[in-house]
Design a protein around this ligand. Sequence first.
Ligand code: LLP
Length: 424
Amino acid sequence: MQGSNDTFAAVDGALHCEGVSLATIAETVGTPVYVYSTAMFRQQARTFRDGLKDAGRVHLAFAIKANPNLAVLRVLAQEGYGADVVSGGEMQRALAAGIAPADIVFSGVGKTRRELTAALDAGIGQFNLELEEEGEVLAAIAHARGQRAPATLRINPDVDAGTHAKISTGRRENKFGVPIDQAVEMYGRLAELDGLSMRGVAIHIGSQLFDLAPLEGAYERVGELVAELRRFGHFISRIDLGGGLGVHYKAGDVPPSAAEYGDMVARVTQDWDVELMFEPGRVLTANAGVLLTEVIWVKPGAVNPYVIVDAAMNDLARPALYDAWHDFVAVHPSGNRMTANIAGPVCESGDTFAMGRDIDLVSSGDLAVFRSAGAYGATMASTYNSRALVPEVLVDGDRYAVVADRIQPETILAAERVPDWLKA
Ligand code: LLP
């Protein structure tokens, strides 16, 4: 949400995050580094919640895959958000952040038996089942321990969410959920199992959604399913409507507002008489983060110069993976512009953030940021090309703290071994 409430703004010609100059962070922590704004996390968390004020009983679970940093989870937990997790590792993080087990939802198409058991140990609030066999296995494990696992069945409504194919999840051919036309019978069989306590259904059709119509269509199908399940005598108390709301990345982007989304939800679900659950990820965090980087070189190119920055596809994978756009803004803009390609040092042509982009004029040694990098940024980082794992900084007013260290190549190297037979 860039605009009047933007917490990344220029103060005396220098880009700040809240009250801290990005140049100060670059100087003390180095680059590349992710920088997050606490105020923006809170603002987005409240805006999303306010948008749903007419939607009745609501449970909010942050999809922590978007930004699982422990400090970020603390901020969102303080804002009353539980967690949507998709692995044992994410569950550990949610618990470490102080999120109550009852407020944790376990999603994901490949939960292992070990993960299911750990989640039962922790006493998490809900399992979103992705296939019948998962429900049978979970029921057996829970029953053997004298437990009943609270669960929903994730359905695949076969709708095209109108987003990038790699982040679309609600079409028949996608790996997620069970076909909606098989849901009633499957639900009936699962509801019979001693180790399960079936509560309702879950849905999530994709991410970075700009059009509410496919979502509304999917939610309507859920409503019909709920009515049918109730006709069969099933007790339905929770419906998980997933995440997916899109955000602003570039000029001209007009994502649906939280209020527009909430109005649609309230309209479609008004007669459902359930607790509605939501799993927002990107909308809470994307515009609360930037990736701060330094220009290494400006290299002449065949058509446009290449601005080579010290951040790369291993730090921010979205452009390479989804051709995603992240605004590039100088920390000390001179007012002059240039047309350039922006690329990182990694040895792949795909390590390119932008081609032929109109940007602030920069030269070697200048600082700049990639904006809207607070979701699916640091969490998707790797150490490819034996680069360091990128650190994260959280700003709160005039103070800031390193909330994830830079993991140096030597630390990664120390975890590797040469077997004896290769030592001679
Ligand atoms: N719930 C489920 C079951 C999900 O699979 C996801 C995202 C969410 C909630 C949160 O969706 P959101 O509100 O953030 O759209 N790496 C990609 C996005 C992958 C999304 C995966 N699932 C990207 O950078 O665009």
